[in-house]
Ligand binder design. Sequence first.
Ligand SMILES: [Mg+2]
Length: 191
Amino acid sequence: MQNKAIFLDRDGTLNYDPGYISDPEVIKLLPGVVEGLKYLQVELHFKLIVVSNQAGISRGLLTHEQVDKVNERISDLLISDQIRIEKFYYCPSHPEFSTEDECKCRKPSPKMILDAADELNIDLSKSYLIGDRASDIESGLNAGVYSILLASDILKEQISILQNHQKSANFVADDFKNAVSKIAERTKKEI
Ligand SMILES: [Mg+2]
């Protein structure tokens, strides 16, 4: 049987986003994230997969090692609550600093999601994406997963980007908890 997954953006979705996070000590999880991930994993049996653009690497502002350390820190914070992130995918590239080929992983491309689906045997039709930016939502829609946009200070801008691309999120959630409730409601309908 195939797995089902929640594809999670990292910065601004799981943790506060001060921009180009190089120091693991800066990581602070957003409200509702621990409880929400635990529910998704333990009660609803989703695998949790992070898909993140980390263009700070190609900009020379971050190293791969720093991004890995930050990801480890997030894992450590969650493992103390018995929550396991299956895998962190990230795209280091940016069109101004990288080749077109190197940018193939960059959201809104669905590549990280499609790669994860292959590697981890994920049924995308039963999977979800949660993110705070238009590029997250487009990546999810491009991969064929139900995509939830989190409300934030940048929500209006993200909705207008999506509108300009003739796209829209499947659901706009007030916060992480609301996103999890929506997934729970839809999952229970399937049963
Ligand atoms: Mg984000």
